[in-house]
Design a protein around this ligand. Structure first.
Ligand SMILES: Nc1ncnc2c1ncn2[C@@H]1O[C@H](COP(=O)(O)OP(=O)(O)OP(=O)(O)O)[C@@H](O)[C@H]1O
Length: 259
């Protein structure tokens, strides 16, 4: 992991996370894969940002590096004002625990715990008392109050993912990273989860970054970042599903692929 000392630590302003000239390579020599190639971008606070791009374009790698789940080969990563590059594992673990929420394609709920116990589990593990007012707001926005005593097996896929979203929100993190959160859901349940994620941004001021393949899911966001071949190749504010689909089709054109 190397640092770029020449890069002045730009002020975070109202960015919840930033990457500066981030490169991430796997393997060496002939086997080297450059998953991210000099990516610089910021995630505005209180906004819903989607990350799209063809398979293998670096979406998951960008998310993992931004969230401090993976190290970068060069460049800098910030969560708020905290520079993750060069941070030791203990501090990284604390940042992830205190400032970051995660939602994955697999719901990752504990089967023996109720919905409510799953939602508060990370706080319990961290020895933190939930902010009851905030928790009530999250539970009501997610629409799960009648289901709080149910175990995951008694909930639909969409309800389970809403529990996972509420779990990510419970600690009121600075930023939530969602990797294909609707990938395992039918379109109706997916729409419920996306509507909830959007509501948590619009009504509760949360910041969400979501990796997705689905133009209809990206249309719930405030802005889409497009990756191709490990590079940031464009952005689209206020996306519609049709506009995103058109942009994605462009990635198959030889002149775009050759760039
Ligand atoms: N652990 C790894 N070892 C080697 N190569 C890797 C590793 N992880 C990712 N890659 C490579 O890095 C590139 C970017 O992968 P990444 O998973 O970030 O893409 P993605 O856009 O999320 O793809 P998908 O949409 O298919 O999930 C790909 O070429 C991938 O094969």
């Amino acid at each position: 992991m190397s640092h770029t000392p020449a890069e002045p630590p730009a002020p975070s302003g109202d960015l919840a996370a930033r990457v500066l000239h981030v490169t991430k390579s796997y393997g060496t020599g002939d086997a080297e894969v450059r998953a991210l190639d000099d990516v610089t971008t910021g995630i505005p606070r209180g906004r819903f940002t989607a990350v799209m791009g063809p398979s293998g374009s670096g979406k998951s790698t960008l998310m993992h590096c931004m969230a401090g789940l993976d190290s970068v080969t060069s460049g800098q990563v910030f969560i708020g004002d905290a520079d993750l590059t060069g941070m030791d594992d203990n501090r990284l673990t604390r940042i992830r625990r205190d400032k970051v929420g995660f939602v994955f394609q697999a719901f990752n709920l504990v089967p023996t715990l109720t919905a409510l116990e799953n939602i508060t589990l990370p706080l319990d593990i961290a020895g933190r008392r939930p902010d009851q007012e905030w928790l009530d707001r999250v539970i009501d926005t997610v629409g799960l109050r009648p289901r709080l005593k149910h175990r995951p097996s008694e909930l639909s896929g969409g309800q389970q993912q809403r529990v996972a979203c509420a779990r990510a929100l419970a600690s009121r993190p600075e930023i939530i990273f969602a990797d294909e959160p609707t990938g395992n859901l039918d379109s109706r349940s997916g729409a419920e989860v996306l509507a909830f994620l959007r509501a948590s941004v619009r009504e509760m001021g949360q910041t969400i970054v979501m990796v997705t393949h689905d133009p209809a899911a990206a249309a719930y966001s405030d802005e889409v970042l497009f990756l191709q071949d490990g590079r940031l190749v464009g952005t689209m504010p206020d996306p519609t599903a049709d506009a995103v689909l058109e942009r994605m089709k462009g990635f198959d054109l030889p002149e775009v692929a050759a760039r």
